[in-house]
Design a protein around this ligand. Sequence first.
Ligand code: SF4
Length: 139
Amino acid sequence: MKKIDRKDFLRNALALAGVTLVGSSILSACGGEQPAQNTTTAPAENAPAETTPAETAPATETAPAAVDCTDLSGLSDADKKGRENLAYVDQSTEAEKNCSNCRFWQPNASDPNACGGCQLMKGPINPQGYCKSWFKKDA
Ligand code: SF4
C-alpha cells in the first residue's frame, strides 16, 4: 500500500475541493440546479392576469351581438367614395350617437340589430355605426 504524506494529502484535498466548486458552478450556469420556487404571492410573469367578475360576465343579458357591416364587395367605387366622404365608421365613437338613432337610418326589416341601410349612402350600415351626417331621429 502506498503511503500518502501530508503534502500529497493536502494537494489532493484542495484539488477535490476545486473540482467540486467548478462542477457546481457549471451546473448552475447550465440550469442544472433549479432555484427554490418563489413562494411569494406575486403572480408569475407569464401567468394570466387575474380577472374581475365584471370582466368575465356578459355585458348585459339583452345586448345585441356585434354585427359586421363592412362587406363593400357589391358597391361601385363611387359608392365606396360616398361612404368615405361622409366618414362612415362601423362602430360609433360618439356617445349616444349611432346610426340606429339617426334620422337617415333604415333598419333591417327582419332584424333591427342586423345591418340596415342609410338614406344618404349605399351599402350595409351597422346600427352601431356613425358618420358625420348623423342627425337626431325625431322621437
Ligand atoms: Fe348612419 Fe350617417 Fe346614415 Fe345616419 S347618415 S344612418 S349616421 S350612416
